[in-house]
Design a protein around this ligand. Structure first.
Ligand code: APR
Length: 311
């Protein structure tokens, strides 16, 4: 298993480290445009492996040729948010960065699976699909696991119970228009509505939707990376080990949920074929309306991005 992580910044370096620690790949290539940074971080991580008892080998580079024949490529390069910015504010610059990086990686790894993390995530996944021309099951985005993890954390804080007992699901775009399915949220099998009053649950949902912004406000110079990197690693693990976990991922819809030609978060089965299946849920009217708002928003941003790329 050979994995390439594009972007040796906060998210990229943390992803590489988590994948190496879990020994999910024999070789990990960390690529960045900056000179020295990927090499330095890569070597530092390599040197931690004897202690961590993993035989993953990490190499940093500016040269895409070395990433040749990767099995999985993870795209994290791009600008991160600063306080006051929305993910969409990153569109112009990141559309350019993502298309260049993916074009370079695809030249050497046409058979790889691509996981997109750069924001605005759903739109960047669409850009990567267009740049590569790959089918939808091979190019997916990471957002839903992160949003759901934030939601699960907040519920666990509220109830003072184990995070592991909390199951939840968030659909839609990665942003203010995400669609938390409180109906499908359980705590050790108990519906969350039996444990948390509706108004309090609404507040938790709102905090979840603004969860990325909450971290940006604290960090001031960048955005979240520990939880995003953990979420990417879970996707990689499910693919590498063919676990067939059902995880919310950003996927190009081709009729599912009544939408076409838009990338949004939906529950999907991840295994050795990458995104093996989209799970379609029967949404109620309120959930359908939220999903429509989310899809409309992502669709409009995709249009904007495609215009920019044409220029
Ligand atoms: N090619 C390769 N690397 C690039 C390029 C490029 N064209 N442009 C920028 N980079 C690299 C930067 O040099 C930097 O090392 O991308 C890295 C980004 O790292 P950070 O600034 O630390 O940002 P990070 O927190 O990792 O976020 C990256 O992930 O979650 C999203 O919104 C976030 O879009 C952002 C991305």
């Amino acid at each position: 298993m050979k994995i390439t992580v594009i972007g040796a910044g906060n998210v990229g370096a943390t992803v590489a480290q988590l994948i190496a620690n879990a020994e999910l790949a024999n070789e990990i290539y960390l690529v960045d445009i900056l000179e020295g940074i990927p090499e330095g971080k890569g070597l530092d991580m390599y040197e931690s492996m004897p202690v961590l008892e993993s035989d993953s080998r990490i190499y940093g580079t500016n040269n895409y040729e070395l990433t040749k024949n990767s099995d999985i490529v993870i795209q994290t390069a791009g600008l991160a948010r600063k306080p006051g910015m929305s993910r969409d504010d990153l569109l112009v610059k990141n559309a350019e960065i993502v298309s260049t990086c993916i074009e370079n990686a695809f030249k050497y790894s046409p058979n790889a699976y691509y996981i997109i993390v750069s924001n605005p995530l759903d739109v960047m996944t669409y850009v990567a699909l267009k740049v590569t021309g790959l089918p939808k099951h091979k190019v997916i985005g990471m957002a839903g696991i992160l949003d759901t993890a934030r939601y699960r954390s907040f519920i666990s804080m509220e109830l003072g119970v184990s995070m592991q007992d909390i199951q939840g699901l968030i659909l839609g775009g990665h942003g203010d228009t995400m669609v938390p399915l409180t109906r499908y949220t359980t705590v050790a099998g108990i519906p969350v509505s039996d444990l948390i009053p509706a108004d309090r649950l609404d507040e938790i949902v709102k905090r979840t939707a603004g969860g990325g912004g909450e971290i940006v406000k604290y960090l001031k110079t960048g955005s979240a990376y520990y939880a995003p990197a953990a979420a990417v690693t879970q996707m990689v693990e499910s693919i590498v080990k063919d676990q067939k976990r059902i995880l919310p991922c950003s996927v190009l819809l081709t009729g599912e949920y009544g939408y076409k030609d838009v990338v949004v978060g939906v529950p999907a089965v991840l295994g050795k074929g990458c995104m093996e299946k989209v799970i379609e849920l029967k949404l109620n009217d309120a959930e359908k309306a939220l999903l429509k708002t989310s899809c409309d928003h992502v669709e409009a941003t995709i249009k904007e991005a495609m215009e920019l790329i044409k220029k």
